[in-house]
Every structure is written in structure tokens, then in C-alpha cells.
Design a protein around this ligand. Structure first.
Ligand code: ADP
Length: 536
């Protein structure tokens, strides 16, 4: 066979060639844009030319601080297409973390959305490698700013050559992108994606038993483009010629619902908190969501109640998937096997609330204290992964290299596996509650609590206990209009758990602290809970 290179640039070339008329619908600060892949292709080529004129060369890091929109999509292809490296920066991280990752990645150029300029102005004196700033705005003038030199994206494009070719001087193992983890459990860690990894991951998103992304889809990535490349959707949707709907800056549940209705979105992806908010909006508003064939949910465990609401109340197919920044991210996808179709409705739901089976192309093993665990859904162990879109190290960071010992990526996620090979994430190693020599899964308790009609969100943390080492405490946000008690909630979940699993207390909160990408921030919650008890 020929050993042709798997590169990112030619993915857009494919869309320009075969799906020239298909569209990207993109919301920016000031307006809605509709561009065909032919136009996106030409604009991307112009951008590569302008970046070359600005001195961006092979291997240089190109940072983005931006929402989900077409300009961000163009940089997704322009940077790797010219042999540079796309570095998507999580704009919701703390300014200290943003400074750290820009300097750590050695970004040479920063593309910045207009509303994010003030943030970068504040930290500019600490940025040690940035030479050029480019603002993405719909306005004719470059906004007033303390950043120098500051160029306008559209002016750069206007001066670029639309026939600029994608570079062929790239090896498929060269870096195409960089992303830092969202710091749920500590300092952000940088991961490099190769061209090959991104291309193979995109194929995986197209598999019928995974996300099955195809030309006939209208894809709306809600998960931010700065979070694991919006789970790879912009790459796969472009390559396969799907229509794309980019929801833009500071979107609301109303905008998401309206876009689904107006543009007949067929597939969308995001974290559970987004879908909780959308479910509320769909219940209150009047939207046609019949076009949706798949809502993909990952990033943290999808509560069973959420899957049920989407499927039974709104008749929207809801799929649970699992992955991480280090895994590009798709690792498992939850679908029923053909012979599981005659399970009862409750059994089907239970099965689909698990994280699913490994997508083809990856290898896994689950290691307990005494070696690989049995696939009996009882023994717990850490999930280890290998594959062409799994990272093999953190960028310039040897302190965390234990995560890649023996040629496997150690996910830090504790799972059980059933006889079908379906995994269930029991917890993160750091969040598992150790009580009297037994393990308690905070995720299981959270899911059980969230199945109660009055519970909007529930997060369970372990706090130190002199007798048992740690004990679970449930932190609950009730839906508006409810005043359910601690006893009612404990009675509700009691039948499902051994008595020692039951939380020692249920605390009611207005809000649960979340990470920049909407996950429960358990580090902070644990401190809040400890502070409550130390006062009482
Ligand atoms: P961070 O580790 O900083 O949160 P990531 O965004 O890469 O950064 O998160 C990956 C982690 O998210 C996984 O290791 C896992 O703990 C969790 N996760 C992802 N998908 C799921 C899922 N479907 N169910 C439960 N946990 C999930």
C-alpha cells in the first residue's frame, strides 16, 4: 500500500472540492454569517498566506482565545494546514492559568475575539513569547487596544492570496494542535495532537456505531472549540461535508433551542450542565426539535434522569460518550448492541447511562490492585488506554509522566467493566470516597439523587472522618419551587445502596461550583463543605 500522509489541511480541501456549496452558519458578536465550504476554503488559504507574511513558520504555535464561530474554524485548518500548530486556549481559565499556558506553549501569535481583548490587555506584560495579536471582529475598524501590533482578522484576509496551497512539507506525526486539560484536578497539562491522530479520530467520529457524522448532518458543536477541539466535531463535520452551525459567543439555552429549530440541527455535543439547561428551556418554550438524531453527552457522567428526559419527554436520542483531553477525546460510545434491543425500557436506560464500549482502533485494560480486573461489573480498576489518538506524554512536563508509564495512558478514572465490555466510570481516582476500607462512588450517589424530581443538580464529596477515614456528603441544588428535605432524599436513594454508602448529610446549595467547562469543581466544593462543618 502507499504510505500517504494523513494531514489536516487536505480535510478542508476535500470539503472545498466535493461539498463546495454546503454551508457553515456562524453567529459572531454582531451578526449571523453564512459561508460555503468554497468560501471557507478560500478564506483559510488567504489566512495561511497572511500568516506566512507575518513570519509564522512551520512548528510555530498559533494561539486562539475565541468562541465557536467560522473564523475559529478557519484557524483550525490554516494553522496546521501551513505546518504551524493550533493552540486553542480555554478562555474561562483563571488569568494566571492563561498566562501559564500561553508561555508554556510558546505561542507566537494570538487570535482573540473582540470581547476577550480586555482580558489579554491585563496580562500582556506577562506574555513572554507573543509577537503578534489578531482581533476577530465584524467591525470595519480595529478596536482601541493596548495590544501591539494588533491586526484585524478581516483586513489580513483581504490582503491574502486565495490560491495559497496547504503545505506538503509536513509529516503526519508532526504536531497539528495543542490543548491543555481543563484543570479539574490541578494545573493545566498540555497535550499535543498529531495530524495523524486528528485524521484517524475524525474517521472514528464518522463510524456508524459511534457518532456516525456524515454529509447529511447539520452539526452544532456546543462544547467549546477551546475544549479538546470541540471534541473533534469541526474537523469531522468539515471533512465529511456536514452543514455546521456555530453558536458563537456567550450563547444561551434559548439560542441553542432556536438554532436547533431554525437550522434543523441533527447532531450536537456538550457536557451534562448544558443539556440540563437546554432541557429546562425546551420544557418552557415551544421549539421543534424533531430534526435532532443525536445529542452527544460527555465530559462528566450523564445522569440517567437526563437521558430519560431527552428520550422520553422530548423524543430526542441521547448518547453518552467518554473521553479526555489526552484522548482527542473519543474513547467510548454508548449504544445498545443488536441483541440488547429486547431488554426492558429500564434496563436499556441503565445500559445506555454507562459510558459504552471502546471505539475501534483503541486498546484498553483495566488494572486493579492485583492486576487486570474481571469483567463482572464488580471489580474496580483504573482505565488504561493505547491508540493512535491517545497522547504519549504531556508537553515539556516530566512531573506528570507517570500517567504514561509502560506505554499506556493511565486515565485516572476508576471503572468497572461488564461482560459486554461496557465500561462504567465509577469515579475519578481523586474523587472516590474511601470509607472504612471500602470504596464509595460519588458518581453513583449523584446519579441516584439527580433522579429525584425535585433535584436540579447533586454533587457528592468525601470529607475526612476520624472513624471511617472519609464519609460522603451530598450537596444538592433543588429545582425552583421545591423544598424537599434531607430525609426525603435519603429515603429516596436508600433502596439502591448498602447502608454505609448513604451520605452522612445532605446540604442544600444555590449553586455548585463548576470548572471552566461546566464540571463539578469538587476540590472547591470539598473545602466549602469542610468550612460549613468547621463553623457549626
Ligand atoms: P480535566 O481532566 O481537567 O477535567 P478533561 O476535560 O480532559 O479535563 O476531562 C476528562 C475527564 O472527564 C475524564 O478523565 C473523566 O474523568 C471525565 N469524563 C469525561 N467523559 C465522561 C463521561 N461520559 N462520564 C464520566 N466522566 C467523564
Amino acid at each position: 500500500m502507499m504510505n500517504t500522509q494523513l494531514l489536516v489541511g487536505p480535510m478542508l480541501e476535500h470539503a472545498e472540492t466535493f461539498f463546495a456549496k454546503k454551508e457553515v452558519i456562524s453567529q459572531t458578536h454582531d451578526k449571523l454569517h453564512r459561508l460555503t465550504y468554497k468560501e471557507i476554503g478560500q478564506r483559510t488559504r488567504k489566512l495561511m498566506d497572511s500568516l506566512q507574511k507575518l513570519g509564522v513558520a512551520k512548528g510555530d504555535r498559533v494561539g486562539t482565545l475565541a468562541w465557536n464561530h467560522h473564523r475559529h474554524l478557519e484557524i483550525y485548518f490554516a494553522a496546521p494546514g501551513m505546518g504551524a500548530v493550533l493552540h486553542t486556549i480555554n478562555i474561562r481559565l483563571s488569568p494566571e492559568h492563561i498566562v501559564y499556558i500561553i508561555n508554556h506553549a510558546q505561542d507566537k501569535v494570538l487570535f482573540i475575539d473582540e470581547d476577550i481583548l480586555p482580558l489579554i490587555e491585563k496580562i500582556k506584560s506577562q506574555l513572554t513569547t507573543v509577537e503578534t495579536y489578531i482581533v476577530m471582529t465584524d467591525k470595519a475598524e480595529v478596536p482601541e487596544s493596548g495590544l501591539h501590533p494588533l491586526y484585524s482578522y478581516e483586513e489580513l484576509l483581504a490582503a491574502g492570496d486565495p490560491s495559497t496551497p496547504f503545505s506538503e512539507d509536513i509529516d503526519e506525526n508532526d504536531p497539528a494542535g495543542i490543548c491543555y486539560t481543563s484543570a479539574t484536578t490541578g494545573k493545566p497539562k498540555g497535550v499535543t495532537y498529531s495530524h495523524r491522530g486528528i485524521v484517524l479520530h475524525s474517521y472514528a467520529l464518522g463510524l456508524a456505531d459511534a457518532a456516525a457524522i456524515s454529509e447529511s448532518d447539520v452539526g452544532m458543536p456546543v462544547v467549546p472549540q477551546f475544549h479538546v477541539n470541540a471534541w473533534g466535531m469541526p474537523f469531522a463535520c468539515t471533512w465529511f461535508g456536514s452543514t455546521q452551525v456555530m453558536p458563537g459567543p456567550r450563547f444561551t439555552p434559548q439560542r441553542l433551542a432556536a438554532f436547533i429549530d431554525t437550522y434543523k440541527v441533527t447532531i450536537t455535543a456538550g457536557v451534562p450542565t448544558i443539556w440540563l439547561a437546554l432541557a429546562k428551556e425546551l420544557s418552557e418554550g415551544n421549539y421543534d426539535t424533531s430534526s435532532l438524531r443525536a445529542v452527544l453527552c460527555g465530559g462528566s457522567a450523564a445522569p440517567l434522569g437526563l437521558i430519560k428526559t431527552f428520550e422520553e419527554k422530548f423524543r430526542i436520542p441521547f448518547y453518552h460518550a467518554y473521553g479526555a483531553t489526552e484522548t482527542t477525546p473519543l474513547v467510548t460510545f454508548s449504544r445498545l448492541k443488536s441483541y440488547q434491543q429486547d431488554l426492558s425500557d429500564q434496563e436499556k436506560l441503565q445500559e445506555r447511562s454507562r459510558q459504552g464500549i471502546l471505539v475501534p482502533g483503541l486498546k484498553m485494560k483495566v488494572m486493579g490492585a492485583n492486576g487486570p480486573v474481571a469483567w463482572n461489573d464488580q471489580e474496580m480498576g483504573e482505565l488504561l488506554l493505547q491508540g493512535p489518538w491517545i497522547a504519549d506524554s504531556y508537553n515539556g512536563d516530566d512531573s506528570n509522566n507517570a500517567a504514561f508509564a509502560d506505554g499506556w495512558f493511565h486515565t485516572g478514572d476508576v471503572v468497572t467493566v461488564d461482560e459486554e465490555g461496557t465500561i462504567k466510570i465509577v469515579d475519578r481516582t481523586k474523587d472516590l470516597i474511601k470509607s472504612g476500607g471500602e470504596w464509595i462512588s460519588s458518581v453513583d450517589l449523584e446519579n441516584a439523587l439527580m433522579a429525584h424530581d425535585s433535584v436540579f443538580e447533586a454533587s457528592v464529596v468525601g470529607i475526612p472522618d476520624p472513624k471511617w477515614q472519609e464519609r460522603p456528603i451530598a450537596c444538592v441544588v433543588l429545582k425552583e419551587g421545591y423544598n424537599t428535605t434531607k430525609e426525603e432524599l435519603l429515603d429516596f436513594i436508600r433502596p439502591q445502596f448498602a447502608s454505609y454508602w448513604l451520605p452522612d448529610d445532605v446540604l442544600f446549595f444555590d449553586e455548585i461550583p463548576k470548572t471552566s467547562v461546566g464540571k463539578f469543581l469538587k476540590r472547591q466544593l470539598r473545602e466549602q463543605v469542610k468550612a460549613i462543618y468547621s463553623k457549626s
